[in-house]
Design a protein around this ligand. Structure first.
Ligand code: GLN
Length: 304
């Protein structure tokens, strides 16, 4: 089996299907993206790097960044982190408020907005210069200096971020936010605004396929056990109330973002990033999911 061929075939097959998704119009700036863009890039442990389509173009990685803030917070707090956020699938939408009331402001998992806002709070409490330190961490992971926040996207999201403000204030009322909500939200909107290409993303996420070590310089970011746990969380919670469907159809740990990106990891083998901006009704890239389903089916490279 030739991986490049499988990717090329899957790309061309999915490129031409009717895209039933819609752009994430609730963040005004995300509506200005060219919805026809479609890119894929794979990076493997044995150093294959291969991309098709718009794999060099940067896009807003949005919730994919939640895996990176979680990695940094886990690194800092270790197992104490799980007192602030749980590790159960939510079965609800990414921006839902419903479970917080009965669960006393402890979010179900770090990938729904509620959980990611708590993780942002953890980083604010533990970093001297949160925005700068987090960006440097991401640059170290990706071995690239070319990664930036998008002020335009962060400002755009902030201008309409009523739901996230509600989540943050609600969690604060239970005592699970230490900092000022305005500061936590500012950091949260910025981290969601990070821009990367499929190539940068698949390179960066290789550490989760490599037992927690960066491939480029063998730096240990997480222990083996921590790496396993982050992959487990991506498998069970990475696609909100579509996580079961993603496991069922694709069979890989992964994480999506409303910018239309998806990263998926096959432990010990590869990381693959896809970008197609139109989202299905669950907020996950329509073509991105279809592509990954085709890829793991044809390559037989899923974890199940
Ligand atoms: N910044 C987005 C939000 O909070 C992230 C959501 C996502 O990518 N699923 O709504």
């Amino acid at each position: 089996m030739n991986i490049k061929e499988v990717i090329q075939n899957a790309y061309h097959k999915i490129k031409d299907i009717d895209d039933k998704g819609n752009l994430a119009s609730y963040i005004p700036e995300l509506e200005n993206v060219n919805s026809a863009c479609f890119g894929v890039h794979i990076s493997t442990i044995d150093t294959l790097n291969f991309g098709v389509g718009n794999y060099h173009d940067k896009f807003s990685i949005q919730s994919i960044a939640k895996v990176l803030t979680l990695t940094m917070a886990y690194n800092i707090l270790g197992e104490k982190l799980w007192k602030r956020v749980k590790v159960e699938p939510s079965g609800t939408a990414f921006n839902s408020l419903v479970q917080l009331e009965v669960e006393n402001g402890i979010p179900r998992n770090p990938f729904i907005n509620a959980g990611a806002i708590v993780i942002a709070d953890v980083l604010l409490s533990n970093l001297d210069n949160p925005k700068e330190d987090f960006l440097n961490f991401v640059k170290t992971l990706s071995n690239s200096k070319e990664i930036c926040y998008s002020e335009k996207i962060a400002t755009s999201e902030k201008s309409v971020g009523y739901r996230n403000a509600a989540l943050c204030n609600f969690i604060k009322s239970f005592g699970n936010i230490e900092n000022k909500p305005s500061e936590v939200l500012d950091f949260y909107f910025n981290l969601c605004s990070l821009e990367m290409s499929c190539k940068e993303l698949s390179n960066l996420f290789l550490f989760l396929a490599n037992d927690g070590f960066t491939l480029a310089d063998n730096e240990q970011i997480l222990t083996r056990s921590q790496t396993k746990r982050i992959n487990a969380l991506m498998q069970t919670c990475g696609f909100y109330d579509e996580s079961g469907e993603f496991a069922f159809k694709v069979g890989l740990p992964g994480k999506s973002g409303v910018g239309g990106g998806i990263i998926a990891v096959h432990p010990k083998q590869y990381a693959i990033a896809v970008w197609s901006p139109k989202l299905n009704e669950k907020g996950n890239s329509y073509k991105g999911m279809r592509f990954l389903e085709e890829f793991t089916t044809e390559s037989k490279l899923s974890i199940f």
